[in-house]
Design a protein around this ligand. Structure first.
Ligand SMILES: *Cc1c(COP(=O)(O)O)cnc(C)c1O
Length: 614
């Protein structure tokens, strides 16, 4: 009945909701037919005629009405279909959009009864699933407190063998509760004591149930575009594994998102896309009501420069320099003639916050801003911006964070961390194409910069902000296709979630660290201070080693590694960002081993000596 979507469902049932030209149930039916399913029974109720009209177009469909739909649960509807079911079935809810992949998985699954499940979506209407250690169904509920563990979330696509279907019908007629109110989930739980029902959890697949207007927004803007992109068939692009710190390896769906009809970026349609991008980039780290993302055509450096040259007045900025990117901010301050204090710290050790505080306290000049790099890409040193933010709060200093190499992977909360301005770009952890830089700013603070005397033109943050607010356009030609790719990359990031992305990255990083350690190599920054995103590895100390040679060797295998950037120590760098997994890193480690053997740095004898078990 879709009572929570009254606007849309007052004259049509929920399954007839149209997303991108076709009703969602019709999209589902087309997928089933493509999978070779040729008998489809729809249990109808509310405004059943709509489904009956659909059945006229598809000879595969038969509709069976449940006239008691207002008073009964979904099991009652299913029970009514029993005379039309004579074998194994796939049971689908009508209000789902989903990608086709899991249908095939269920049909081919070796278990006969399989509930399709996903990671928790946090959609607020989830049915949680409890399983035993073999992932067999124990219980399901919308109330998480009723379960003793939560393994996954119910999707609403279930493979049910004929025997099991009969058992469900039997359960429905024999339960002591009012059986007409039973939902099919209750029947599955009811019989699960006697029949093994396997719960198949799938990661990273796009689906969405639509019950209310938040779900509908999510379906239209985040999930449907993913499904559409994944189900388009394009030839795969040769996959290179970029282990340089950005641009990172991207998905084919992001690459192909750039192939769009030519469009003038001054058109309203393109403005809407940029508005979506700006809002969603903000939402990853802050509330879009209070913060905003200002987009520029340019790389990460452009937006760091935009902040430094746009928001600081006649007072002093304290710049933390513990690597190349910190030093770069000092160079910018120099070029723009800012008053600045350089706070130097070792590139491989945690900052000494007490000494930093002493600098703020003892400064004779008024420090209005502090600038720091979150993940120092030179070494992978992670600066503790949470604590620095508290220091800034205490001394009424605005904090500027270069988060170019952390945004999109390491969870950030600008409000909690007290960050006023944050810089990031399209081609690192957000996994888009190079060409868009963006500043996420606290609106109230940004507003106060309008009266400062300008030091720049193209990069003027306040002008770019005001212009976008008024027109939904950038002041100058935007990188149009890069923005289409960024939109797709944002949607894919949301689907995975930043938390999950970081654990995927971390998993690859653990493989890297274990691998190089076994090969007798060491890395610069201690684990507890490490960003787990990029690692500076000390070069093998042997004359036969040559970075260029090693680089070319990896290139031939489809891997790109990166030189070091420290004056004092000889390092090379390996990043573990982008569309890669721990498996890619396992292959990298074994290739590295081959290389180290080829230069006689490493041999299997050494491997045996190093292994305490032998
Ligand atoms: C990559 C990066 C930048 C920007 O570099 P571009 O070459 O301009 O994209 C800035 N800061 C940090 C910490 C980075 O890792």
């Amino acid at each position: 009945m879709g009572t929570r979507l009254r606007e849309i469902t007052k004259d049509q049932p929920k399954g007839m909701l149209v997303i991108d030209e076709k009703p969602i149930i019709e999209q589902s039916i087309c997928k089933l037919i493509e999978m070779g399913i040729d008998r489809i029974v729809i249990g109808t109720g509310y405004l059943a005629e709509a489904y009956e009209r659909l059945a006229l177009q598809y000879p595969q469909i038969k509709c069976i009405r449940n006239d008691e739909y207002e008073k009964t649960g979904s099991m009652y509807t299913l029970y009514n279909l029993k005379d039309h079911i004579s074998g194994d079935i796939l049971l689908l809810e009508c209000d789902l959009i989903y990608e086709k992949k899991p249908l095939e998985l269920l049909i081919k699954h070796k278990e006969r009864d399989v509930i399709l499940a996903s990671e928790l979506t946090g959609s607020k209407d989830e049915v949680f699933i409890e399983t035993d250690e073999f992932h067999l169904l124990v219980n399901m509920s919308k109330n998480r407190n009723k379960l003793s563990n939560i393994y996954a979330e119910l999707v609403g696509i279930t493979k049910i063998s004929y025997n099991t279907f009969q058992a469900m019908c039997h359960y429905a007629t024999s339960t002591q509760y009012d059986s007409s109110k039973l939902n099919y989930e209750d029947a599955l739980v009811g019989i699960s004591k006697n029949i093994k029902i396997y719960v198949q959890k799938l990661r990273n697949f796009a689906w969405c149930e639509i019950d209310d207007k938040h779900h509908l927004y999510r379906a239209k803007h985040y999930i449907y575009p993913i499904i559409k992109a994944k189900e388009k068939t394009y030839p795969p692009v040769k996959r290179n594994i970029l282990l340089n710190p950005g641009p990172a390896t991207t998905t084919d769906t992001v690459k192909y998102a750039q192939v769009v009809p030519d469009i003038c970026p001054r058109e309203g349609e393109f403005g809407d896309i940029m508005q979506f991008i700006s809002t969603e980039l903000t939402r990853f780290v802050a509330d879009p009501e209070e913060y905003t993302a200002i987009l520029f055509g340019g790389s990460g450096t452009a937006v760091v420069e935009s902040i430094l040259s746009s928001v600081i007045g006649e007072d002093t900025v304290l710049i933390i320099n513990n690597g190349v990117y910190g030093r770069r901010m000092c160079q910018m301050a120099e070029v723009y003639g800012l008053k600045y204090i350089e706070y130097r710290s070792a590139p491989d050790e945690a900052l000494d916050l007490a000494s930093l505080e002493a600098v703020i306290q003892n400064s004779t000049a008024k420090i209005s801003h502090l600038a720091v790099v979150h993940n120092e890409t030179t070494t992978g040193l992670l600066n503790d911006i949470g604590s620095i933010g508290q220091l800034c709060k205490k001394y009424h200093v605005y904090m500027i964070v270069d988060a170019v190499s952390s945004y999109g992977a390491i969870p950030i909360d600008m409000n909690v961390m007290n960050i006023s301005y944050l810089a990031a770009s399209s081609n690192k952890n957000i996994q888009g194409m190079a060409g868009v830089g963006f500043v996420i700013a606290n609106k109230a603070q940004l507003e106060t910069t309008g009266c400062l005397k300008p030091r720049n033109f193209y990069l003027h943050l306040y002008e770019q902000y005001k212009y976008f607010l008024a027109t939904k356009q950038m002041r100058f030609t935007p990188p149009v296709q890069t923005l289409y790719a960024l939109k797709q990359a944002i949607i894919e990031t949301r689907l995975e979630s930043i938390k999950e992305r970081y654990s995927r990255y971390s998993e690859a990083w653990e493989v890297l660290i274990d691998g190089i350690t076994q090969l007798g190599l060491t890395h610069l920054v201690k684990k507890e201070n490490h960003s787990r995103i990029i690692t500076a590895i000390i070069e093998p100390n042997t004359p036969s080693y040559d970075f260029e040679e090693m680089h070319d060797y990896f290139s031939r295998c489809g891997y790109t590694i990166y030189p070091g950037k420290l004056d004092a120590k000889n390092t090379f760098r390996v990043a573990n960002i982008g569309d890669i997994t721990h498996k890619d890193m396992e292959l990298f480690v074994s290739l590295l081993k081959q290389y180290l053997i080829s230069i006689s740095y490493y041999n299997s004898r050494r491997e045996n000596n190093g292994n305490s078990k032998t």
